[in-house]
Design a protein around this ligand. Structure first.
Ligand SMILES: Nc1ncnc2c1ncn2[C@@H]1O[C@H](COP(=O)(O)OP(=O)(O)O)[C@@H](O)[C@H]1O
Ligand SMILES: [Mg+2]
Length: 174
């Protein structure tokens, strides 16, 4: 089974993944996959991000014979997976985490707004694959990993999509 662990930057994907590695999961960071295959395109200096063609990314994944594990990254839901977990975080807490990581205010705001608007969740729901969401706002990375593990063990209701709504926060970040 291939799982995509996605979410707005700062929701804690990589931090949670460390605990999932300890639990025995084979973790593949999508950024590393893309970089290894030389398909990170032009860097957008304003956003400090690379552009990646989703088809090229899928091709890179296909060439790696990766069949069982967790793809980690804010583009992972664009890859073929059997299940998608979207990490969520209240925009205020997300902004706090990103500022602490030293991100420029423009990028902090851009990501807080994207989170308030459910952008990644909406993208993930476009595919015909089960999607779950975990609210990490008050969870440690370890507890976030536990929640992901619960989903992978079959828990469905607790992490069903639709319980999180930060749309009222959007105006403040736009
Ligand atoms: N559950 C959490 N609670 C508080 N801070 C967190 C949590 N998860 C991650 N962080 C912090 O937020 C920042 C982003 O975490 P990271 O795991 O790199 O997110 P992502 O991989 O989703 O971009 C890091 O500084 C990290 O220490
Ligand atoms: Mg990360």
């Amino acid at each position: 089974m291939i799982v995509a662990l996605t979410g707005t930057p700062g929701t804690g994907k990589s931090s949670a993944a460390q605990y999932l590695t300890r639990a025995g999961w084979d973790i593949l960071e999508v950024n590393e996959l893309a970089s290894r295959h030389g398909i990170l395109r032009s860097k957008d200096p304003l956003r400090d991000s690379f552009e990646v063609d989703p088809d090229e990314l899928q091709g890179a994944l296909a060439s790696e014979d990766y069949r069982h594990g967790i793809l980690v990254g804010h583009l992972s839901h664009l890859l073929e997976a059997d299940l998608v977990v979207v990490l969520r975080c209240h925009p205020d807490e997300l902004a706090r985490r990103l500022r602490e990581r030293g991100w420029p205010e423009a990028k902090v705001r851009e990501n807080a707004l994207a989170e308030a608007l459910d952008i990644i969740l909406a993208e993930a729901m476009e595919n015909d694959v089960p999607v779950y969401e975990v609210n990490t706002t008050e969870l440690s990375p370890e507890l976030t990993a536990k929640a992901v593990a619960e989903i992978l063990a079959g828990e469905k209701e607790k992490y069903a999509v639709g319980n999180i709504d930060w749309s009222e926060e959007a105006l403040r970040w736009s």
